[in-house]
Structures are given as C-alpha cells and as structure tokens.
Design a binder for this molecule. Structure first.
Ligand code: FAD
Length: 287
C-alpha cells in the first residue's frame, strides 16, 4: 500500500500578531491556530490518492502542544495517523532547522514512505522553503507548486503552472511534492468525524530526545536565519484634489505630474501647454 506523509503547519488565525522584538518571531500563543490553507490542499491531494489507489496517510507537524489540533482535524478528514514534534528546544526554528527536524522524524517513524506532500507556503511566514529543503535533507527528488497528481505505478506524473506554461513532469518515487491552493479543494470534516478524532485518534508525540537531535541542530539557536528587524511600513500617501474647469484641471495635472505620466507612457509629457490660473489645488497628508 502507498505510504504518504503530509507535512502540515498550524498558523495563527489572524494576520496581525505582535512580534517578539528580541527574537524576531511571532507571539503565536496569542492567537487561535488553524491548519495552514496550503497544507489542507496537500492533505486533500493525499486523500484523492488514497481513494484511487489505497494509501496510508501520516500527518506530521512540528509546533507547540496546541498544534495537535490540526492533526486531529487531519484525522477527521481521513488521515490514518498523526505525529506531533513538540519540545521547547525546537521553538523558533527557521526553515533550515525545521526541515532538518522533520527529516529526522520521518527517518525514525516512517522511513519507508513513498511520497511526502507539503503545502507550497504558509500564511504566516510564506518562505516556501521547507518543502524543497526537506527533499534535500532526505536526498529525494522534489517538485514545488504542483497542481495535479497522477500515479502511474511507482512514477508520479505532476502538472504545474510555470511562467504561463503548463508543465508536465514525471518523478520516480520516493519523492516530495508541494501543492498550491488552486486544485484539490479541501473537504469539510463531518461533525461526527471531528468528534471521533478528538475522542479517539492517537497522536504520537516526539521530543528532541526521542529524535536524538543534536543541540547544535535544534531550535532558534541553531537557526542560521537571523531576523534583524520586523516592522509594518508606514503608509505615506498624499491626496491632491484638483478643482476647476476641465482644461484647467488637465493643465494643472500635467504641470504637476507630467514627469511621472511621461515615464509611465514612454513619452515626453512636459511640453503640454498649461495654465493653472483658476484651478484650485489642495493637498492633505493621509496616514
Ligand atoms: C516574518 C518572518 C520571516 C521569516 N523569514 C525566514 C527566512 O527568510 N528564512 C527562514 O529560514 N525562516 C524564516 N522565518 C521562520 C519561519 O517561520 C520558520 O522557519 C517556519 O518554521 C517554517 O517556515 P515557513 O512557515 O515559511 O514554511 P514554508 O516553507 O512557507 O512552508 C511550506 C510547507 O512546509 C511544511 N511546513 C512548514 N513548517 C512546518 C512545520 N513546522 N511542521 C510541518 N510542516 C511544516 C508545510 O507543508 C508548509 O505548507 C521567518 C519567520 C517570520 C515570522
């Protein structure tokens, strides 16, 4: 039977979260979590393969203890097993250390996998690096931004859109694919399924010690990415209102913005005849 692993991340349900200015990471504990949208599509792709060819699906996540919720939701959607990697020492990992940790767990718990499915990116950090880095860690082929999958024996046919072209690729398994949110519309788990998943589904929890992770390859300290500063750029927009007869307004417009209009249209617009006699111009700063 085909052995599938779906890597999924719990992300905050809101986009605006406070930052820890010391570490440059999000204070995730302040928001409710949800399954990252692209991971939901990856799980749906796995469920399609299961329906067509028969498969065993392991849902895998690294995160705080509350990340267990998305594994239970995955069970309610049809995953057969959930593995949670959770340990304070794993916190603050960048994509390099995240993929290293996921790879060690896969080698320990499901080394005989056929296919790993990931979301193409997350809604909270959006680096899109974990999938490709995980393929590198495990030394298997990887294809990112897949939209359609078709299994032919032990070969996976993948379709993806790239620079306005539709590419068809083939990959021998074992391999890894990251899925976009354009296909495999995720199903809703039934209420009964959710109830069973929260009451009954066994979730395997593994710590850094269980995975025998070396300290120098675990968590924030081991992460080579240092976020120096995170801030929301101040929106500086100036509204200018031109009033008066059409010709006067047009003239004033060219007088003020001829340079920029010319640059946008590839023409010299400064030569336009203008006379701003009766035109009223008022400007106000907007935050
Ligand atoms: C603003 C900001 C900027 C950041 N910039 C960087 C950066 O430039 N480089 C860097 O290395 N880190 C960066 N990080 C850290 C990053 O959040 C973590 O590395 C995170 O654990 C994984 O990265 P991601 O969410 O971007 O995953 P992505 O690579 O976008 O995720 C793709 C897929 O990988 C899988 N996946 C990702 N995380 C997990 C997980 N924890 N468990 C299971 N599967 C998972 C899922 O299938 C997911 O859909 C940044 C964080 C923030 C908040």
């Amino acid at each position: 039977m085909l052995k599938l692993i779906v890597c999924m991340k719990q992300v905050p349900m809101v986009s605006e979260l406070p930052w820890d200015s010391r570490t440059g990471t999000l204070k995730r504990e302040l928001a409710e979590g949800m399954m990252n949208p692209a991971c939901r599509h990856a799980l749906e792709a796995a469920l399609h393969l299961k329906h067509r060819c028969g498969a065993h699906i392991t849902a895998l996540t690294m995160g705080p203890p509350m990340a267990e919720e998305i594994l239970r939701e995955a069970a309610a959607m049809g995953a057969d097993r959930g593995i949670l990697l959770s340990d304070p020492r794993m916190a603050g990992a960048d994509t390099f250390v995240t993929s290293h940790t996921l790879a060690r767990a896969i080698e320990k718990e499901c080394a005989d996998f056929d296919l790993i499915l990931c979301g193409c990116y997350t809604s909270d950090s959006e680096t899109a690096q974990v999938g490709p880095q995980l393929a590198e860690e495990l030394n298997i082929p990887g294809v990112a931004y897949a939209e359609n999958l078709e299994l032919r024996g032990h070969c996976l046919r993948i379709q993806r859109e790239s620079d306005d072209f539709l590419e068809t690729l083939e990959m021998d398994l074992p391999g890894l694919v990251t899925l976009t949110t354009r296909s495999f519309s995720p199903r809703y788990p039934s209420l009964g399924g959710l109830q069973d998943a929260f009451d009954q589904a066994d979730i395997l929890c593994l710590t850094a010690d269980d995975l025998q992770l070396e300290e120098e390859k675990t968590g924030l300290k081991a992460s080579p990415t240092k976020i120096l500063k995170v801030f929301s750029p101040a929106a500086e927009k100036k509204n200018i209102v031109l009033k008066g007869a059409v010709k006067k307004v047009t003239d004033a417009l060219f007088a003020q913005f001829g340079d920029r209009l010319g640059a946008a249209m590839g023409k010299d617009m400064k030569t336009h005849d203008h006379d701003s006699g009766e035109t009223e111009i008022s400007g106000e700063e907007e935050a």
